[in-house]
Design a binder for this molecule. Structure first.
Ligand code: NAD
Ligand code: IPM
Ligand code: MN
Length: 353
């Protein structure tokens, strides 16, 4: 029996979610066999099917179990036959909020050998960490509508920003920046969103002063431009929930596509303890390609690699990333399952001495 065991709640979800999670599991199981640990997978059928069958999105009992797992591996949710927001808010955002996963860590890295989307920009130019605040901003659901369907219809969506919430996010980002080049770029829209922008800016300056991190600032519209014109200027980026959502799809586009962009939702020692974490590709359920075998499993595999790192299985995490680096340059034209199998084989292989 393996000495080290980890309980992982597995939520494949909708669309391509189950297709890519199956391949991520193959890679993780291969790593477990090679490095001598065991994963106790606990399967959850949350998503569109369960919602349409039972009306349930995330029952409290399930939420409690998910919070007790060592980690959660998630695919994607959302399907055209379910109204927008039911699953996105009711499942994914509820998990981020209820488990207080206040960091959304999204590496943007172009791996060697992968065809660059930006002419003249290679792996040296595209290697950054985007740290997205994950429990506040316009995502909190503060707002409402009145006079729906009439000429007087009104809708509000308020961005919520707390000093504590902003500070813990920037502190985490500063810590990550100090492990790398020591510079941190804050992205916001302080020239228009003057209330929240002021809070973010003052907090970032204070954290920079206290930690010694070199602080840089960029408006989000310009940040989108620089992501494609001069990505090398970014190393660690910290930003608001919505800006981070948008910026990381741009990040995915410059670093091999959405099929390769990974993420970790973390609570680094906040009020609900260090264990809780959810790992998922940046992409969604991709209804346009679901069932075709064309989804890349790489984002899910790399997310599972971030999960192994979180579980303390550092060698296994590195092996997953190396396997992706070995397979990715020649992956074009292969199916989801074929790429997954190639990755699992590469994970199992001992690195030659
Ligand atoms: P999407 O990320 O699902 O797809 C955007 C585009 O990227 C599509 O053309 C899709 O085919 C492509 N793509 C995505 N993943 C890919 C992969 N692994 N390999 C190859 N191509 C891939 O975004 P969308 O179409 O805006 O949203 C579809 C549904 O997913 C919606 O219901 C949305 O709410 C939901 N969504 C869920 C999550 C999540 O669960 N984390 C994230 C984003 C969107
Ligand atoms: C993401 C997704 C989610 C977000 C949605 C599905 C709630 O787009 O993880 O990037 O906006 O955070
Ligand atoms: Mn998104």
């Amino acid at each position: 029996m393996a000495e080290r065991r980890h309980t992982v709640a597995c939520m494949p979800g909708d669309g391509i979610g189950p297709e890519v999670v199956a391949e991520a599991r193959k890679a993780v199981d291969a790593a477990a066999a090679r490095f001598g640990f065991a994963i106790d997978w606990v399967d959850y059928d949350l998503g569109a099917d369960r919602y349409l069958r039972t009306g349930e999105v995330l029952p409290d009992t399930v939420l409690k179990e998910l919070g007790e797992a060592d980690a959660i591996l998630f695919g994607a949710i959302g399907r055209p036959d379910v109204p927008p927001g039911v699953l996105e808010r009711g499942l994914l955002l509820k998990l981020r909020f209820e488990l207080d996963l206040y960091i959304n860590l999204r590496p943007v890295r172009l791996y060697p050998g992968v065809a660059p989307a930006l002419a003249g920009k290679g792996p040296d130019d595209i290697d950054m960490l985007v740290i997205r605040e994950n429990t506040e901003g316009p995502y909190v659901g503060a707002g409402g509508s009145a006079h729906r369907g009439t000429a007087a219809e009104t809708a509000t969506e308020t961005s919520l920003n707390t000093r504590a919430g902003v500070e813990r996010c920037i502190r985490y980002a500063a810590g990550r920046a100090l492990e790398r080049e020591g510079r941190l770029t804050m992205v916001h829209k302080t020239n228009v969103l003057t209330h929240s922008g002021d809070l973010w800016m003052r907090t970032a300056r204070e954290v920079a002063e206290q930690t010694g991190v070199r602080l840089d600032y960029c408006h989000v519209d310009a940040a989108c431009l620089y992501m494609v014109s001069d990505p090398g200027r970014f190393d660690v980026v910290v930003t608001d929930n919505l800006f981070g959502d948008i910026l990381t799809d741009v990040g995915a586009a410059i670093a091999g596509g959405l099929g390769t962009a990974a993420s970790a939702n973390l609570n680094p020692g906040g009020r609900s303890g260090p264990g809780r974490a959810l790992f998922e590709p940046v992409h969604g359920s991709a209804p346009d390609i679901a069932g075709t075998g064309r989804a890349s499993p790489v984002a899910a595999v790399l997310s599972a690699g971030l999960m192994l790192d979180h579980l303390g299985e550092r060698q296994a995490a590195a092996a997953l990333e190396q396997a992706v680096m070995a397979v990715l340059p020649d992956a074009a034209g292969y199916s989801t399952q074929e790429i997954g199998s190639q990755i699992a084989v590469a994970v199992s292989r001992e690195v030659p001495a």
